[in-house]
Design a protein around this ligand. Structure first.
Ligand SMILES: [Zn+2]
Length: 471
């Protein structure tokens, strides 16, 4: 048990809540046709509960305050760290306090990478301390560090073309950020590619838009056919300086020092809580996020916020005494960032009941202004979700767009062909702070976060309560 201040509802909050509830009820009672067609009749019984869920979520800043408690009182939560274990204990205690049912942990062994102290500096042509973050999973350097001439490249082709010149160098991948999916390969794959050609270390321009000298960490992927070399990310400003010097044809020498190392796997756990279904408790709707984070910042938007807004769906249903036909289960997965062992363990430990999973929803894109949901699955289900989405038009979160799923639910949804949803939000701020020391709760707007919780609550409630199973 850990003593952390909880979250209570203030008097002014009660008034705001009542007001918001009235507004939501008014909006909810107005028939809203589906764009270009009339709303199906089966949706009507859900207008009132949807309005109540939205009113409860948006009438208060409970979600944001709960996230602030997690990130201030516990902090970041890398797999294997004592903070992650504290966060797991805290979540269990708080879920019980919310009155959730069947609250328990499910054991998972997780990788335990430790950063240690680290630094990078330009030695020639002039001394400059760089801002840097070692990449997750990287090996360390010798205690005195590794010092070598820098070779700047902008693509894997350019690296291959450099051939013999790579040997003995520190390779610097300076590829401007476009989209995460496009540029993340330079973080994940460059160390082994450079090592294969004889590089002694690798630096990468951070995978994120220009910030204020913000380095972005994240996992690398060593391949078995190359020596493991130390690798780190540097922010835009340091990358640009190196590029300017290189463009002048001046020789650059860099020294990198890292204590990073891997310790034996550590015991961790997924946290599970439920609201048991009133009619078909064995059919399950899963919502959740990952409780682990990188070891910098506070893991507020990645993914403490996703944990809290999905958990909110159950807390609010419980509070409003809205118990759907089927069970709604919240899962806070462990080890998404550097192993996804939590998501894999969930699939393995629940294999016999995966066929009873009606839908799985992950929130791992931040809890900024919600737009609706990404969805991967059949056309028939998509039509149904579009109709349910109209219940969220009052908070402008009614879009159903391609791209459902998430790293933690994909192992299960792919194996058992379960409809997979992702909370879709305005991501313009997400990648700015993603995996950085700037991922703190102040970047998150309490009102936007409350709307994210409302969207998850309505979607999961209706899917869990539909007379016919979603398919
Ligand atoms: Zn995440």
């Amino acid at each position: 048990m850990i003593a952390i201040d909880g979250v209570e509802l203030g008097n002014d909050m009660r008034e705001r809540l009542l007001l918001a509830l009235l507004i939501a009820l008014t909006i909810g009672s107005t028939p809203l046709p589906v764009r270009g067609q009339s709303a199906p009749g089966w949706l009507d019984p859900y207008r009132e509960p949807a309005a109540r869920l939205i009113g409860e979520a948006t009438g208060d800043t409970f979600a944001w305050r709960r996230l602030a408690v997690l990130t201030d009182s516990i902090g970041n939560r890398l797999s294997g760290s004592p903070q992650l274990e504290r966060a797991i204990e805290w979540a269990v205690t708080e879920m019980k306090r919310d009155g959730l049912e069947n609250v328990h942990t499910e054991k998972v062994m997780v990788p335990h990478w430790v950063r240690g102290s680290e630094s990078a500096e330009i030695v020639e042509p002039a001394r400059h301390q760089m801002v840097m973050l070692g990449l997750g999973g990287s090996v360390g350097t010798r205690p005195e560090g590794v010092q070598a001439e820098l070779l700047t490249v902008h693509s894997f082709n350019e690296l291959e073309a450099a051939g013999q010149q790579v040997k003995g160098k520190i390779v610097f991948f300076n590829v401007p950020y476009t989209a995460y999916e496009e540029t993340v390969t330079y973080r994940a794959d460059d160390p082994s590619r450079a090592a294969r050609l004889g590089a002694v270390a690798s630096l990468v321009r951070s995978i994120g838009p220009p910030g204020l000298r913000t380095p972005h960490t994240g996992s690398l992927q060593y391949t078995p056919d190359a020596p493991q070399i130390p690798a780190a990310a540097i922010p835009t400003e340091d990358a640009d300086r190196l590029q300017r010097i290189a463009d002048r044809g001046t020789r650059i020498v860099v020294r990198l020092k890292m204590e990073a190392h891997v310790e034996p796997d550590a015991e961790s756990a997924n946290v599970v809580g439920e609201l048991r279904g009133r009619d078909r408790p064995n059919e399950i709707v899963v919502v959740g996020g990952h409780l682990d984070s990188w070891d910098v910042g506070a893991g507020a938007s990645d993914d403490g916020g996703g944990c809290v807004v999905t958990w909110e769906a159950l807390r609010i249903m419980k509070k409003l005494n809205l118990r759907p036909r089927r069970t709604v289960r919240v899962v806070l997965w462990t080890n998404e960032e550097n192993g996804t062992r939590g998501g894999l363990a969930y699939r393995d430990q629940h294999r016999t009941e995966l066929a009873n999973h009606v839908m799985m929803l992950e929130s791992d894109n931040g809890v900024f202004r919600p737009l609706g949901f990404g969805f991967s699955g059949s056309e028939a289900v998509r039509q149904k979700l579009r109709a349910i989405g109209t219940l969220l038009r009052g908070i402008a979160a009614d879009a159903i767009v391609p791209g459902g799923g998430g790293a933690d639910i994909n192992p299960s949804t792919r194996e058992a062909r379960i409809p997979a949803l992702a909370l879709a939000v305005d991501e313009s701020k997400y990648f700015l702070i993603h995996h950085t020391p700037a991922d703190t709760v102040d970047k998150i707007d309490p009102v936007e976060m409350a709307k994210s919780a409302a969207a998850v609550a309505v979607m999961s409630y209706v899917v869990a309560d539909l007379p016919e199973r979603l398919e």
